[in-house]
Design a protein around this ligand. Structure first.
Ligand code: MLT
Length: 368
């Protein structure tokens, strides 16, 4: 998703609506898709899909974060909307439950003036036996430009990307990846560091020590975050009992600790993960109570963190298991900010994939 033109184009899209604060630009107003009047270069994203953080690399991650800065400003306006994706259609296809990711993508698409379509697996023809391929090809045939796909099977969005003309965004595939969660988490850390240092948001996380704590084995968020944080230079430590670590840590650029307490004092960011019981086959901890006693961020443990340490969780949370309610109320907890930042970050992702004029992206492959 790296292209020099996209940031210019996004700035033009944002500036268009800024010219008349609180208004949505009329149809004739220059947008990111009309470089003749705005002087912006058309977005020419080299990438059609966002399937994995690994596809982005450091430059691609930073491109999203920088663009999200522009869209964050849009989300603060009285009418938080720009015409950047007017005429494009974004479909959310969630084959697994979601509250924040789905609503966040739909909000992001609407704030870019895209039309949205919502597919709900339980009320679809899947219940009549229709296959995943027939389902997505049917939706593709309606002329959608992007499909935001969540599926319980790792690799499902990759398969979908091979079948459709639309751009595909992975919104969580099984235990594999959740790229936009990692992007919004990096954005949130960057924003918090800027606030604490009273300076510009840093692009380099060198020296930042992040502990990712909990059910790493079943977490797609953990994998995407380790890839994104390490790409930006952070030092990541996975903290979990051996049973909740992946069977192989090859390809995970991270240290490992089987205890939380020794790590606490040396941590700048504690990132807590939910116990993914829906993906567990068998018993991985003796009891939730015992897990909470060893790995939960209690008030007592939180008091041992450095005063400016940050506390994060992707949600949904099990209060009293991975985190205590009182810790969530403290100023170090960024959980609500993570949700808030999901919208501009997903606006940036959608814009980077769709922001060019139709046909302006890398030529779509014919569906197989
Ligand atoms: C996910 O979809 O992976 C969530 O954001 C995290 C979770 O379910 O625990």
């Amino acid at each position: 998703m790296t292209s020099p033109g996209t940031t210019d184009a996004a700035r033009a899209a944002v500036a268009t609506a800024r010219a008349r604060p609180g208004t949505v630009a009329p149809a004739s107003t220059p947008t990111a898709r009309d470089d003749s009047a705005s002087g912006a270069r058309l977005a020419t994203s080299a990438r059609r899909h966002l399937l994995s953080v690994a596809d982005l690399g450091r430059d691609g991650i930073l491109e999203v974060l920088h663009l999200a800065d522009s869209f964050a400003e849009v989300t603060e306006r009285d009418i938080p909307k720009v015409p950047a994706l007017r005429g494009r259609t974004v479909a959310t296809l969630f084959f697994e439950s979601s509250t924040r990711t789905r609503l966040s993508f739909e909000t992001a698409a609407k704030r870019l003036s895209a039309d949205t379509m919502t597919f709900t697996a339980s009320t679809s023809s899947l219940s009549k036996g229709e296959s995943l391929r027939d389902t997505v090809e049917t939706i593709d045939a309606m002329g959608v430009d992007a499909m935001v796909v969540r599926h319980a099977s790792a690799g499902a969005p990759h398969r979908v990307a091979g079948w459709v003309r639309a751009s595909v965004v992975n919104a969580g595939d099984g235990q594999h990846e959740h790229p936009t969660q990692a992007l919004l988490d990096c954005y949130t850390i960057r924003e918090a560091l800027a606030r604490r240092r009273s300076g510009d948001a840093p692009d380099d996380f060198a020296g930042l020590r992040v502990a990712v704590v909990g059910d790493i084995r079943h977490s797609r968020v953990a994998r995407s975050n380790v890839l994104a944080l390490s790409a930006l230079g952070a030092e990541v430590t996975l903290v979990a009992p051996a049973t909740l670590l992946p069977p192989s840590l090859e390809g995970w650029p991270a240290n490992v600790s089987n205890e939380l307490d020794p790590v606490l004092a040396e941590t700048d960011v504690v990132y807590l993960l939910r116990m993914q019981s829906e993906r567990m086959q068998g018993t991985f901890v003796p009891s939730l109570r015992e897990y909470a006693a060893r790995f939960g961020l209690s008030r007592e443990r939180a008091a041992r963190l450095a005063p400016d340490a940050l506390v994060m969780h992707p949600g949904p949370m099990n209060r009293g298991v991975e985190i205590d309610a009182e810790v969530l109320e403290g100023s170090s907890a960024l959980v609500t900010r993570q949700v808030h930042n999901g919208v501009p970050v997903r606006m940036a992702v959608l814009f980077l994939l769709l922001g060019a004029a139709p046909g302006g992206l890398a030529a779509p492959e014919a569906p197989r």
